[in-house]
Design a protein around this ligand. Structure first.
Ligand code: FIX
Ligand code: ZN
Length: 433
């Protein structure tokens, strides 16, 4: 029976969004069995990791006089104690990252009234990462978590080289930033690992980078290959008909001759996260990155000139969002996804989600968590589900006002598309769990 009143609509949409299991298509989480060579687990979780999230490090530096190098030299408990004191006790935790800690703490059953940091830590003493993963995924109602797997990361490489296998809720995504934004440092490492490559991508380099990517794809079974690109990235770069000395850059060749052919051969999308300006304030480490506005014409060029490739795209600058949606309307091999990093704030998420729905219907992926610490998935998805439901309710109400009748099963289908199915369909995969 069709939904008949606005009240019924609102209740049904909110409940359906909450019950829909999520595929979280971009995180920095790891399967809890993944360890480095010293046996240290790669997954970050727990109270101190939550409080020392780099979003909060950036925020504490505005209130504290401590020098960043001093701060990073402290044990993590001292860092988190300063963050708790400055951002939660001495000032009210109203920023999105601060509020997020509270949402996660509350869902995990911590008593927010006590403001007792040692008691919060003690609540998880003796909990295993495996148990905490199950609890966090259940609280956030997440079915699938896509990791960020970097074959250049010395902490992570040994796990894969030793034939490690991951828990079924976790999936790999192969991250290849050094190939496109750090070839000068990357090629000697590849050479050291036995690939015949050189600085100019000459000789056998193209075939050898392809071999490197194919071998890592076989090793990790990634759902997609991914990169984050600076705001001034373009493709092709260095081509200038008026200047015969100009020549296409190594990064442009790397993309067209190595990365995209391997994505085609393995039949996986290429994810471009565009607009990150690294180390604007290097002393802040991860907290020192910023963003810049991009010229997205190259995205259209790639989608047009490589119709056999599929591209996931998200952009970091608010000013690029509308333009990206328009490109989404032009190319079916382009999937707009997520509200990335500095976009992951309620005011912007709502704006972006409305704009996307008004121009793409339900053919996009509204959100990913980008969680670096396990329990962040709870707040990121609680907050985003609320906004996605709000936008959907408004859009369905507008449609109902025309006299169109909405069946509950149709609403559930749309929500499943947005939060789960669009991702898997674009990957051309069926989820295993
Ligand atoms: O490049 C990325 O994947 C970014 O999301 C991160 O590196 C960034 O530091 C982050 O955590 C944003 O949420
Ligand atoms: Zn990320």
């Amino acid at each position: 029976m069709a939904i008949s009143t606005l009240d019924e609509l609102a209740r049904f949409v909110r409940a359906s969004v909450d019950r829909q299991p999520i595929t979280d298509m971009h995180t920095h989480l790891y399967s809890p069995n993944m360890r480095d060579e010293r046996g240290q687990g790669l997954l970050l979780w727990g109270v101190d990791a939550l409080l020392t999230y780099h979003y909060l490090v950036a925020e504490v530096m505005r209130w504290s006089d401590v020098a960043p190098e001093t701060f990073f030299g402290w044990p993590v408990e001292q860092q988190s104690a300063l963050i708790w004191q400055k951002l939660f006790v001495e000032h009210s935790p109203v920023s999105e990252a601060e509020r997020g800690v509270l949402t996660s703490f509350k869902a995990l059953g911590l008593n927010l009234a006590s403001r007792d940091l040692p008691a919060y830590r003690a609540a998880f003493a003796g909990v295993s990462p495996e148990a905490q993963v199950q609890r966090a995924l259940q609280l956030a109602n997440i079915a699938h978590v896509v990791m960020t797997n970097d074959p250049f990361d010395d902490a992570e490489r040994p796990f894969w080289l030793n034939g490690g296998t991951i828990q079924p809720e976790f999936h790999a995504a192969l991250r290849i930033d050094p190939l496109l934004r750090g070839w000068a440092e990357a090629w000697p490492r590849l050479q050291g690992w036995g690939y015949q490559v050189d600085a100019d991508l000459g000789g056998n380099s193209v075939a050898e980078v392809q071999r490197f990517l194919r071998e890592w794809a076989a090793r990790t079974n990634p759902l997609y290959l991914a990169v984050s690109l600076p705001p001034d990235f373009t493709w092709p770069d260095g081509v200038d008909a008026s200047d015969p000395r100009a020549s296409i850059t190594v990064a442009s060749r790397m993309l067209a001759e190595c990365i995209l052919p391997v994505c085609r051969a393995v039949d996986i999308p290429f994810a471009m996260m565009i607009g990150s300006e690294r180390a604007v304030n290097p002393g802040l480490r991860l907290a020192g990155d910023a963003l810049g506005r991009s010229q997205l014409a190259f995205v259209a060029r790639l989608a047009r000139e490589f119709p056999g490739n599929r591209f996931f795209v998200t952009v970091l600058s608010r000013e690029n969002q509308h333009e990206l949606i328009v490109l989404g309307r032009k190319f079916r091999n382009l999937m707009v996804f997520g509200c990335w990093w500095f976009m992951n704030n309620p005011v912007i998420i709502e704006d972006m989600t409305r704009m996307r729905m008004e121009m793409l219907g339900t053919s996009f992926i509204p959100q990913h968590s980008d969680a670096r610490v396990l329990e962040q998935v709870i707040y990121k998805w609680t907050h985003s589900r609320g906004i996605i439901a709000k936008v959907l309710i408004d859009k369905y109400a507008d449609v109902m006002a025309t006299g169109w009748q909405l069946e509950p099963t149709e609403i559930e289908r749309d929500i499943a598309d947005l939060l789960h199915d669009n991702f898997w369909r674009f990957c051309k995969r069926t989820p295993g769990v």
